[in-house]
Write a protein that binds this ligand. Structure first.
Ligand code: NAD
Length: 322
């Protein structure tokens, strides 16, 4: 039986990834500060532990694993990452986890290690035009991420790739672009735009108004969780090390995105744009490289994933009120 280690297994993407690995008959150990928020973990062994601590990392990465997925990070949506209030924690906490994990993956010569970077590492100067952002993998340098979160991701990408170069550790580095879906954080300050907009619409009475941060003309693309997990597994088991984008190329303005959710709800709701943290003006995945290297790219339209996510968040809102 193959063994996988999922770090950050109590988080959104990690908990979905564990389920998928179990469906493939892996023995899975998950590690996180917390259990998954919305359903029991599917992992065979789930360790509550702080991966900033070297002794914790040593106890969970205690031998050979065929696949290691490093998803643990101190992160959240724009309200967490772009206000500047959490910069020191974001950089320190995530970097120390990656330093620990790289070192131990090499000591135990794991089969391969997947590292989840982010589109936030792309230079801000290529993302000022909301209609034409540039996020091809080769546009990463000269580096100029717009957040400390992005700088830490860039550092850690380089760290994993350096271990591959110097120690022959097999690493896979992917840059996620806005992953969303059911069982993702939807309230509390760390939720991201898709979940926040679904919650606002679900809570809004017929004929009401929802607030959207910024002028709403900023653009993004969003990828549904099932496609993300599929991409992660295909990429990890491929011969290509990356970095590679895992995202959707269906770019949409935030106001149009809000209108999509309002349409799904069937309610009559209007939008009020207010000042708030927004990040870069435009961002879209560029899937040419993943298409070329893997012969695969995600394909589901945004609206399909949003229908499932809106239905799930509506349930959560109802349960909270009950
Ligand atoms: P998440 O916050 O739901 O999951 C991260 C998990 O890491 C959390 O459960 C958290 O408790 C855990 N963690 C944090 N610090 C820890 C520590 N010291 N010890 C143990 N566990 C710790 O986030 P997610 O959306 O599942 O993202 C997973 C990874 O993908 C992260 O590295 C994130 O930066 C990256 N990413 C996500 C997106 C996205 O849109 N979701 C986009 C780009 C990159």
């Amino acid at each position: 039986m193959k063994k996988a280690l999922v770090l950050g297994a109590g988080g959104f993407i990690g908990s979905h990834l564990v389920k998928k690995l179990k469906s493939e008959n892996f023995w899975v150990r998950g590690v996180d500060l917390k259990h998954p928020d919305f359903s029991p973990t599917a992992a065979d062994d789930f360790v509550i532990g702080d991966l900033r601590r070297q002794d914790v990392c040593e106890s969970v990465l205690d031998g050979h694993f065929d696949e290691v997925y490093q998803l643990a990070a101190d992160m959240g949506g724009a309200g967490y990452i772009f206000t500047g209030e959490h910069d020191a924690d974001v950089m320190h906490n995530s970097a120390i986890i990656n330093l620990n994990i790289c070192h131990l993956c090499n000591i135990h010569k794991v089969g391969r290690v997947f590292y989840s970077s982010s589109a936030c590492m792309y230079p801000a100067y290529n993302q000022e035009d909301p209609t034409n952002p540039k996020c091809s993998e080769d546009s990463a340098y000269p580096a100029a991420p717009d957040s400390e979160y992005g700088w830490e991701k860039l550092f850690s990408e380089r760290l994993y790739l350096a271990y591959q170069r110097n120690y022959n550790l097999t690493v896979r580095v992917a840059r996620f672009h806005n992953i969303f879906g059911v069982e993702g954080t939807w309230t509390g300050g760390k939720e991201k735009a898709p979940a926040a907009i679904c919650r606002k619409v679900a809570e809004c009475p017929e004929g009401g108004v929802i607030e959207i941060w910024g002028d709403g003309l900023q653009t993004r693309s969003f990828l549904y969780i099932d496609e993300c997990v599929e991409g992660v597994l295909r990429f990890t088991r491929s011969d290509f090390s990356g970095p590679v984008n895992i995202g959707s190329e269906e770019m949409i303005s935030i106001n149009d995105f809000a209108k999509m959710v309002i349409d799904i709800s069937g309610k009559s709701i209007s939008i009020k744009n207010i000042t708030g943290p927004t990040g870069v003006r435009g961002r879209n995945s560029d899937n040419a490289l993943i298409q070329e290297k893997l012969g695969w790219a995600p394909s589901q339209p945004l609206v399909e994933g949003m229908k499932k996510t809106y239905a799930w968040i509506t349930e959560q809102v109802k349960n909270t009120k009950a």
